[in-house]
Design a protein around this ligand. Structure first.
Ligand code: ADP
Length: 396
């Protein structure tokens, strides 16, 4: 029997999965067997797989639902079934401060949290229910995006709103990307052999957030009640004036759904540039003096630097910055531009090291000579973190 953990991230029409072997918990994701089922429930449903050797395979599964896709994923595992399943669950509210083994009570509590994540939690539940039926004998664990941030103090998590909105309606800041911020900060702590550090972590992918982590615990993060608050993202606006909704309703007569759509799907890098949500494309266009791309990059870096400066207020001591996510791991330019806006931080970037840090490389990009604070690039491993927490909850 294999000792791997099957990690599942279930969306409304997709399932991402990865097989995380025991000895390979925190190894580079490239060598992991993984896959993605997408367009589920449509004639274009498809399962894309990649094995340990990096070989790819695509299986058409016309009109397959989640359960059918999961059955195929199970078949792919052949005679090496996993010992447990770890599910990514987006919102755990205040109820879940850490990962937890799934039982009927946990399922009910995740369901109760649905109003806080109306799009994500039902999709996550769909995956959990399907796997409970298919893998009835396997222990299953829910790992929440929000749980890592439950150590935030009230001064960081409360909005300045009437108390009853918090007490009766759970309106507060929760934060997301918990598995990523936990992984990269704990990973650097492990490399340095101590948790006695204060990190600012910047997860910069399609979604983006910053997080202040002191002695392994989150003290503040840029996302709030929903993953829209904070930084400029691929298609999300990040923080805007809270009266913007009212203004758009009054002046343009837009519906709440339209505004929600604009702020989540048509804003951010896409909205600013008018051309793309993809940082690689924008970086290329900016080299040709594309005005929208140039502006999008400038706003992105400025808002990121502002957020890092704000997050630094949460740390009793500041050890350094960790960059992760597709942009954080690959874009030397975004890292350098952002740090240039923070001269008072005492960060001395080594441009030679910075340029080399792409495509899965990890390491320090400062001079590493006690002349300044540390700057790290760490490829994130959310699946590895979910597998690690799954094992830990189950005592495996
Ligand atoms: P997700 O949040 O969907 O997991 P990723 O973490 O993969 O996304 O990040 C996607 C982003 O990373 C995209 O904006 C992409 O353009 C950007 N990215 C990837 N490689 C580079 C690169 N070499 N330079 C700049 N941006 C990059």
């Amino acid at each position: 029997m294999s000792h791997s953990v099957l990690v599942i991230n279930c969306g409304s029409s997709s399932i991402k999965f990865a097989i995380v072997p025991a000895a390979n918990n925190l190894a580079p994701t490239q060598t992991r067997r993984s896959g993605l089922a997408e367009n589920l429930g449509t004639p274009d449903a498809v399962l894309k797989l990649i094995n340990e050797q990096g070989e790819k395979k695509t299986i058409a599964l016309p009109n397959a639902d989640h359960q059918t896709a999961l059955t195929h994923i199970l078949n792919e595992l052949g005679n090496e079934p996993p010992i447990a399943i770890g599910h990514r669950v987006v919102h755990g509210g205040e109820k879940f401060t850490q990962a937890v083994q799934i039982d009927d009570q946990v399922l009910a509590a995740i369901r109760e949290t649905t109003p806080l994540a109306p799009l994500h939690n039902p999709a996550n539940l769909l995956g959990i229910e399907a796997t409970l039926e298919l893998f009835a004998d396997l222990p299953q664990v829910a790992v929440f995006d929000t749980a890592f941030h439950q150590t935030m103090p009230p001064q960081a998590f409360r909005y300045a709103l009437p108390e009853e909105l918090y007490r009766q309606h759970s309106i507060r800041r929760y934060g997301f990307h918990g598995s990523s911020h936990a992984y990269v900060t704990h990973h650097v702590d492990k490399l340095l052999g101590s948790t006695n550090h204060g990190w600012l972590s910047a997860h910069l992918g399609n979604g983006c957030s910053t997080c202040a982590v002191w002695q392994g615990k989150s003290l503040d993060t840029s996302m709030g009640l929903t993953p829209l608050e904070g930084l400029v993202m691929g298609t999300r606006s990040g923080t805007v004036d809270p009266s913007l909704h009212v203004h758009l309703v009054r002046t343009l007569g837009w519906s709440i759904d339209e505004i929600d759509q604009i702020l989540n799907k048509k804003s951010g890098l896409l909205g600013l540039s008018g051309i793309s949500n993809d940082m690689r494309t924008l970086t290329e266009l900016a080299k040709e003096d594309h005005a929208g791309a140039t502006l999008a990059i400038e706003v992105f870096c400025y808002r990121l630097a502002q957020s890092l400066a704000a997050m630094s207020c949460a740390l009793p001591e500041f050890t350094g910055i960790i960059f992760t996510g597709g942009i954080g791991e690959n874009s030397a330019e975004i890292r350098a531009r952002t740090l240039a806006l923070l001269p008072h931080f005492g960060l001395h970037i080594d441009e030679t090291k910075n340029q080399k840090m792409i495509r899965g490389a990890e390491g320090r990009i400062d001079y590493d000579d006690d002349s300044g604070r540390q700057i790290w690039v760490i490829p994130t491993d959310e699946e590895g973190q979910i597998a690690l927490e799954t094992r830990s909850v189950l005592g495996l």
